[in-house]
Write a protein that binds this ligand. Structure first.
Ligand SMILES: Nc1ncnc2c1ncn2[C@@H]1O[C@H](COP(=O)(O)OP(=O)(O)OP(=O)(O)O)[C@@H](O)[C@H]1O
Ligand SMILES: [Mg+2]
Length: 243
């Protein structure tokens, strides 16, 4: 199968920033695959996520996102740590935001918004303003907004790091359920190794300055996975050793 996303020799240095943030990054993501990127704070995870889809232009190397013809969908969508909801739009209108510019009639757009809100379990929050949401609810709305555009690749940058541990586990399981139903490829950035090993088919470990891929580990455990299981613990240890 041709990869959905592939990069070769990808490198980035901030203009005037001296040493590169990362260099020589080669990675692939298959259609429908769930890939996690882990690395310590400041290693370059967010920068890499922007570079792989061209939101930030790489200094050198190539990134290719090869999406099949997707009328009514987008090649990719982002979910951010800080949600970035528009404060002057109700939840419903925030979820609809990404649909502007897609060729959908208003009925189809409305259906998209309803489906995405149902998937992310925020339907009953449709009329609220962002300031009326808890952190976990705001994250669900951010996810709904991304899902509404039917992305081939869902990019998530530490989406659950601002919520408490229990909410985080709930959101992780909800995300897995959504992923299994709708099957976008996911590129999920986190500094939480347990989270990466629990969620992903494959974990890519970034380390060093400039950062490089020091491990690309397939997580073989069958799903649903056990959070407390020995298999997860072994995977976590192997990733820790590489960091
Ligand atoms: N405008 C800038 N100019 C120079 N260096 C920058 C600039 N913005 C960020 N950096 C540096 O680039 C590096 C990578 O930043 P990035 O945000 O990608 O890291 P990260 O792995 O996502 O970190 P975190 O886990 O804290 O979110 C950091 O060391 C940061 O200090
Ligand atoms: Mg970051």
């Amino acid at each position: 199968m041709a990869p959905l996303l592939s990069t070769q020799g990808l490198a980035y240095a901030y203009p005037g920033g001296g040493q590169a943030v990362f260099e020589n990054i080669a990675l692939t993501v298959q259609p429908g695959e769930f890939v996690a990127i882990v690395g310590q704070s400041g290693v370059g995870k967010s920068t890499l996520l922007r570079c792989v889809v061209g939101l930030t232009a790489a200094t050198s190397g190539k990134a290719q996102l090869q999406v099949p013809d997707t009328a009514g969908g987008r090649p990719y969508a982002f979910v951010f740590q800080d949600t970035r909801l528009l404060p002057w739009r109700r939840v419903q209108a925030n979820v609809a935001y990404g649909l502007q510019g897609l060729t959908l009639d208003s009925q189809a757009a409305q259906a998209r918004v309803q489906d995405a809100m149902a998937l992310a379990m925020v339907s009953e929050l449709a009329e609220r303003w962002p300031f009326q949401l808890s952190g976990g609810q705001a994250q669900r709305v951010g996810l709904a907004r991304a899902l509404a555009v039917h992305p081939q690749l869902l990019l998530m940058d530490e989406p659950f790091s601002a919520v408490d541990a229990l909410t985080r586990q709930t959101l992780q399981d909800e995300l897995l359920a959504i992923w299994q139903r709708t099957r976008p490829a996911v590129l999920f950035v986190t500094h939480d190794i347990e989270e990466a090993a629990y969620l992903a088919d494959r974990v890519i470990v970034l380390s060093g300055r400039p950062a490089r891929v020091v491990l690309d580990k397939t997580i073989a455990q069958a799903r649903p996975r056990e959070r407390e299981g020995a298999a997860l613990r072994d995977d976590v240890r192997a990733i820790e050793a590489a960091l």
